[in-house]
Design a protein around this ligand. Structure first.
Ligand code: 4NP
Length: 158
């Protein structure tokens, strides 16, 4: 019997700050829990395609034991809607952009990432691009809380 693998795609605008951090956070949690997941991230804009994550994002991840230096940005593709069972976006602009690309046959309905975190439903992961190290620390804390909640959910816990 084929091994059922759950697939998760994180989407932000540039795919160099928030969604690579979310990807790294879920990879870290999944490795710790022994969860077999397909995890990727993409941007609604392709401006930074091929680039490594922003150095400030790499730095905050590394401070938390997570190496995301090998990730490369890419734009969201139409086939992502078939390939991924779960699509989580960072803010309402992402949600509108992703919905505008979504085919009727999409496997996943995109949702805000912080909808996963009790008490943070409906909140956005703010764009840290124009911010400072402290903003990236907050992003890391938010995506980590969401990754922990998602991993528990995918393990079958409430
Ligand atoms: P991200 O942050 O969407 O979290 O990757 C941004 C990265 C780049 C830009 C905006 C947001 N930009 O304008 O180039």
């Amino acid at each position: 019997m084929a091994v059922a693998m759950t697939s998760v795609l994180f989407v932000c605008l540039g795919n160099i700050c928030r969604s690579p951090l979310a990807e790294g956070a879920l990879r870290q949690v999944a490795a710790r829990l022994g969860l077999d997941l397909v995890i990727d991230s993409a941007g609604t804009a392709g401006w930074h395609a091929g680039k490594a994550p922003d150095p400030r994002a790499q730095a905050v991840a590394l401070r938390n034991g997570c190496d995301i230096a090998g990730l490369r940005a890419r734009a969201l593709l139409p086939e992502d809607f078939r390939r991924f069972a779960h699509i989580y976006v960072m803010d309402r602009d992402n949600l509108a952009d992703v919905r505008a690309m979504m085919p009727a046959s999409a496997a996943a309905a995109p949702a805000l990432l912080l909808d996963l975190v009790p008490g943070r439903e409906g909140h956005e992961v703010a764009d840290p691009w124009y911010g400072e190290a402290a903003d990236f620390e907050r992003t890391w804390a938010e995506v980590t809380a969401a990754a922990e909640a998602l991993a528990r959910r995918l393990q079958g816990h409430p």
